[in-house]
Design a protein around this ligand. Structure first.
Ligand SMILES: *[C@@H]1O[C@H](CO)[C@@H](O)[C@H](O)[C@H]1NC(C)=O
Ligand SMILES: *[C@@H]1O[C@H](CO)[C@@H](O)[C@H](O)[C@H]1NC(C)=O
Ligand SMILES: *[C@@H]1O[C@H](CO)[C@@H](O)[C@H](O)[C@H]1NC(C)=O
Ligand SMILES: *[C@@H]1O[C@H](CO)[C@@H](O)[C@H](O)[C@H]1NC(C)=O
Length: 351
């Protein structure tokens, strides 16, 4: 029980067990090689070279018009699903997807353009996830980071390191990631791990405690990152995302909400009920912006009805969460999801 926030503040990847991580590494590596080859052809030639269609620039479908200057602002209480473990499995001619929610948050790298086009054709908005504040050794662009960009390894998770968000090199790589998101047609980006300033001691785990003198910045990240660094970084990412006509979310980072709420379009929150801090994130709802809220009940995927109703009650530990877009998920963010009305679905993913 000593550092509950630490786990909560790390990316989904950081929370996987060692054996699972090995498995997760092996599968994506194969996929990424395939994707890299596919992208190399697809992006430079304007579409998959299948020999059937003329080689033109991607033709927009009626439901996914060319990007214009209008940036998508999701609505409060919008329905959503998040799947990061594996890319979605969607037949090109499919007429439906489960669940039939309005927003999908999916991995930027592992999902091909066709997945995003199909989601658009089905009338869905697409948020593309990437880690903006941690180095992951298995991404196609991992080789572009310099040794000096990296801080400490994320607590006990080999291969993932905090990044120096002040580094020009890191920022350039993130701009490239957002260009990729824009090219793929993502409506928004979900940059994870912008809160490398994570506080350490358990006594300092609440936002209120952070304001006291004894709970200053920790250097767990190994780079001396501060909240001000995170504020600057989110401003930078927001400017670049909006330049590319995409909206941008703030992932967790409760402490800097007042300073960056004006430059972010939604919140993606993990476990605010578990840590009784939903009222902090409710600032987004008060500002007319949704909170895409995830809880990871330990009993998932067979969650007792009273656990669901507590999370969804807006009372007690869930105070402040009344109009949040809540999903109950497995920690690995696979295709399974449960909603507050008790309905469950499993979105199909690649094997
Ligand atoms: C931009 O596209 C959106 C649909 O994605 C549409 O609702 C909006 O009216 C368009 N804005 C302009 C200025 O064309
Ligand atoms: C963003 O929208 C503006 C205004 O419609 C357009 O000129 C520009 O090309 C778009 N940029 C991108 C990267 O889509
Ligand atoms: C929020 O969305 C859910 C699911 O679509 C719906 O049942 C509920 O009535 C909505 N609540 C509000 C306050 O709009
Ligand atoms: C955010 O926007 C509101 C209203 O537009 C404004 O009053 C406020 O000063 C802004 N806050 C910051 C931190 O820029």
């Amino acid at each position: 029980m000593e550092k509950p926030h630490h786990a909560a503040r790390q990316s989904w990847w950081s929370r996987q067990s060692g054996a699972r991580k090995l498995f997760y590494i092996a599968v994506p590596i194969v996929l990424i090689i395939a994707l890299a080859i596919g992208l190399g052809v697809g992006l430079t030639r304007g579409g998959p070279d299948d020999g059937e269609e003329p080689d033109t620039t991607p033709s927009p479908t009626p439901t996914s018009p060319p990007r214009n200057g209008t940036i998508w602002q999701p609505a409060v209480n919008e329905t959503w699903q998040i799947v990061l473990l594996k890319p979605l499995e969607l037949a090109e001619d499919t007429t439906s997807i489960e669940p039939d929610v309005s927003v999908y948050d999916i991995d930027l790298f592992t999902n091909e353009v066709g997945v995003i086009e199909t989601l658009h054709r089905l009338g869905k908005r697409v948020i593309c996830y990437f880690s903006a504040g941690s180095y992951e050794d298995y991404r196609p662009d991992s080789g572009q980071f310099q040794q000096s960009d990296r801080g400490r390894e994320l607590d006990g998770w080999p291969g993932e390191y905090w990044l120096n968000v002040n580094s020009d090199n890191v920022r350039n790589i993130m701009v490239e990631r957002m260009r990729l998101a824009s090219q793929k047609g993502c409506d928004a980006v979900d940059p994870d791990n912008v809160d490398g300033y994570v506080r350490q001691p358990f006594e300092c785990a609440t936002v209120k405690a952070m304001e006291t003198e004894t709970c200053g910045q920790s250097n767990e990240n190994g780079l001396g990152l501060t909240q001000q660094d995170a504020i600057n970084y989110v401003n930078f990412l927001s400017e670049e995302a909006t330049r590319l006509n995409m909206s941008i979310g703030l992932k967790n980072a409760a402490e800097i909400i007042p300073q960056v709420i004006n430059v972010t379009h939604f919140s993606v929150n993990e476990q605010c009920v578990e840590y009784s801090e939903c009222d902090t994130f409710a600032a987004f709802v008060q500002d007319g912006k949704p909170v895409f809220h995830i809880e990871y009940p330990s009993s998932a995927p067979s969650i007792q009805a009273n656990v669901v109703s507590n999370i969804c009650s807006g009372d007690g530990d869930a105070e402040g969460a009344e109009r949040f877009s809540t999903v109950l998920k497995n920690m690995n963010l696979d295709g399974w999801v449960e909603y507050c009305n008790g309905e469950t679905f499993t979105t199909e993913t690649e094997a």
